[in-house]
Design a protein around this ligand. Structure first.
Ligand code: NAD
Ligand code: UDP
Ligand code: UDP
Length: 321
């Protein structure tokens, strides 16, 4: 199959591309490199079945493909709040363009939606039939409401134009290749612990998240794409931790002497989050397999290696001729 992955040079997209290329598909990576890096897909660059296009999804593009994984959108609050209007354009105009493309070439279209569509949830754990509790005018709204419109557009193209859609609601995912300056909690804590600087806990650290390792998530995306179920389907690891517990886990694993420093809780930061994955389990026969401890070990090893490489190039050793 020829498969388009928008946002393919990003964190999840590049892991997805690895799996699709290894399975023998032809893959087109489309990315504007806002939070993605060519480095993430470098190993496929010379492969005859791989193409990488620098393109912004807010501009139309004509391609011939069988499936579209639509992931293009910054996912970290730091990056999606940097230019909130652009985040809305990416989610609305970008998703419209990719649905228009799917309609024209009759491709199956999978939207990477998010647990953020539940906002600060009043139902716990979150099931797919919960409509959410989202502030329309807050600093997270560009992302939350953007993704909600992206879901609406997907279902309207499905009902109105028979576009074959799949909608995944992805919960907090972590793993190797997250940017060092990504700003999300796992990468922040790991980088801080490795640098020997205090771990920044926002608020009291009593808010919770449920962390899914990236290989599990990618497996869920591929299963959903190739299933008969339209969705929406929650994809995430139901193991729920407070942010303080996460900080302590990273402390224990990297540097037990690392300090914690408390910073203000950002506006509208959801208090609790945990996926109900009954649908994914029963319809996709999917459930996560990598526990937090193991996923963190792999993530820490990846960050350690990258930070050592950066340090090595930043301070070249002086040799005498
Ligand atoms: P990421 O920031 O690493 O990847 C996003 C990619 O999209 C980057 O390569 C970026 O350059 C690209 N991009 C952004 N705007 C674009 C545009 N206008 N045109 C073309 N490319 C553009 O984030 P990620 O964690 O890999 O997330 C991938 C997708 O999964 C996103 O849609 C995100 O909303 C969704 N998601 C992620 C998580 C998570 O925890 N990682 C949770 C829920 C949903
Ligand atoms: N589009 C695209 N590539 C295609 C087909 C459509 O980028 O191969 C864009 C198109 O430019 C439009 C959007 O997708 O902005 C929606 O297309 P659709 O055909 O649904 O709507 P229309 O073009 O009739 O407004
Ligand atoms: N967080 C934190 N320290 C950090 C970064 C984030 O305590 O350095 C908190 C943040 O306030 C939130 C949780 O960790 O409660 C998850 O934040 P992230 O940005 O990773 O994802 P999201 O809030 O979008 O789920």
């Amino acid at each position: 199959m020829r498969i388009l992955v928008t946002g393919g040079a990003g964190f999840i997209g590049s892991h997805l591309i690895d799996r699709l290329m290894t399975a023998g598909h032809e893959v087109i990576c489309l990315d504007n490199f806002y939070t993605g890096r060519k480095q993430n897909v470098l190993k496929w660059m010379d492969h005859p079945y791989f193409d990488c296009i620098r393109h912004d999804v807010t501009e139309p593009i004509r391609l011939e493909v069988d499936q579209i994984y639509h992931l293009a959108c910054p996912a970290s609050p730091v990056h999606y709040q940097y230019n909130p209007v652009k985040t809305i354009k990416t989610n609305v105009i970008g998703t419209l363009n990719m649905l228009g493309l799917a309609k024209r070439v009759k491709a199956r279209f999978l939207l990477a939606s998010t647990s953020e569509i539940y906002g600060d949830p009043l139902v716990h754990p979150q099931t797919e039939d919960y409509w959410g509790n989202v502030n329309t005018i807050g600093i997270r709204s560009c992302y939350d409401e953007g993704k909600r419109v992206a879901e609406t557009l997907s279902f309207d193209y499905h009902r109105q134009n028979n576009v074959d859609i799949r909608v995944a609601r992805i919960f907090n995912t972590y793993g190797p290749r997250m940017l060092e300056n990504d700003g999300r909690v796992v990468s922040n804590f790991v980088v801080q612990a490795l640098q020997g600087i205090p771990l920044t806990v926002y608020g009291t650290g009593s808010q919770t998240r449920s962390f899914c390792y990236v290989s599990d998530l990618v497996d869920g995306l591929i299963r959903l794409m190739n299933s008969d179920y339209v969705g929406p389907v929650n994809l995430g690891n139901p193991d729920e931790y407070t942010i303080l517990e996460l900080a302590q886990a990273v402390q224990t694993m990297v540097n037990p002497d690392a300090e914690l420093v408390y910073k203000p809780l950002p506006q509208d930061d959801p208090q609790r989050r945990q996926p109900d994955i009954t649908k994914a389990k029963t319809l996709l026969h999917w459930s996560p397999t990598v526990p937090l401890q193991e996923g963190l070990t792999r993530t820490i090893a990846d960050f350690r290696q990258r930070m050592e490489e950066t340090n090595a190039t930043a301070t070249p050793s002086v040799t005498s001729a």
